[in-house]
Design a protein around this ligand. Sequence first.
Ligand code: FAD
Length: 308
Amino acid sequence: MTTFSFELYPPRSERAEASLYASLAHLVAANPEFISVTYGANGSSREPSLSVLGRILAGTSVQAMAHLTCVGSSYSQASQLIREFLDAGVTSFLALRGDPPEGALETDAFLGDLGSAGELVQLIHRVQAEREQFAFHEVPGFPDAKRIASGSKVTIAVAAFPNGHPRSRSVSQDLDTLLAKEAAGANLAITQLFFHADEYLGFVEKAREAGVTMRILPGIMPVLSSQRLARILELTGESTPVALERELAAAPDEAAQRRIGIDHAIALGSEVLAGGASGLHLYTFNQHEPVLAVLRGAGLLDRQKESA
Ligand code: FAD
């Protein structure tokens, strides 16, 4: 079955929070496989992230996926963080290394005990296994008896980079890293955004040849303005999609730019699906309308499930 999922970020003001929760209702109504919530660099959004995840867990039946980063943490801090999220009911994670602060050297003590996302994947499994070991369930009909809870596995996703991570030395380093993350226990990969279908499809082909077997979901972002394009290129280090950049720049107004961004994402999503992608992961920027328009255009939205 073709799936779709969404990414949200924790809101930074009360107004943004109200707007996010209004959008969340529409996103949930579309019945995604999961909704993921980003984690601010160096743990800056622990509470707001937990709050959005709690809202998804308490008010919906959609799987809530927590992004977690490990850069700058000791083992004990990272374990404590994982426990906190598990205690809140989260059983689905996107394990990331995260970025060191600007100017930090790889040798800095700040970088912490965990050197890669793969190590965080292992730690999440270990913390989960320890909890299971000490969790007891009631035995119906035997009030004094307790049995050890049987292992409920967590979903652990990881990041993948079709055009290479900006700091990796080669495509083979990126493939080795992805393979190592799967060997560490990851069971899903989500890609960095990209602008051409062959970048994703070629990467998946190479990953399969290298032995990666987990699903690799393409991350798709509708780019709704020239300013947003400039900002995401700065954040991700991706190369400029020249044709899209020109089209956005030539658009007469905001509405036209929006339409161009949505149409580009529809075409990209449709091409990767036609090329064998098992679903789409949509970067929402906390707005429901553009991503629902993309899903509708790519033929993934069941109109009956959309809210009025
Ligand atoms: P890894 O998997 O450990 O490494 C990825 C690749 O980069 C490998 O090839 C590795 O060898 C290479 N590499 C990494 N660091 C270096 C380095 N310093 N020098 C040389 N090579 C290096 N960040 C957040 O802070 N919060 C989020 O919520 C968040 N969500 C994300 C979601 C997705 C889908 C993606 C794709 C990225 C997200 N990021 C987020 C960004 C992520 O933290 C950065 O990409 C970070 O630089 C590396 O994390 P990783 O998990 O990819 O690292």
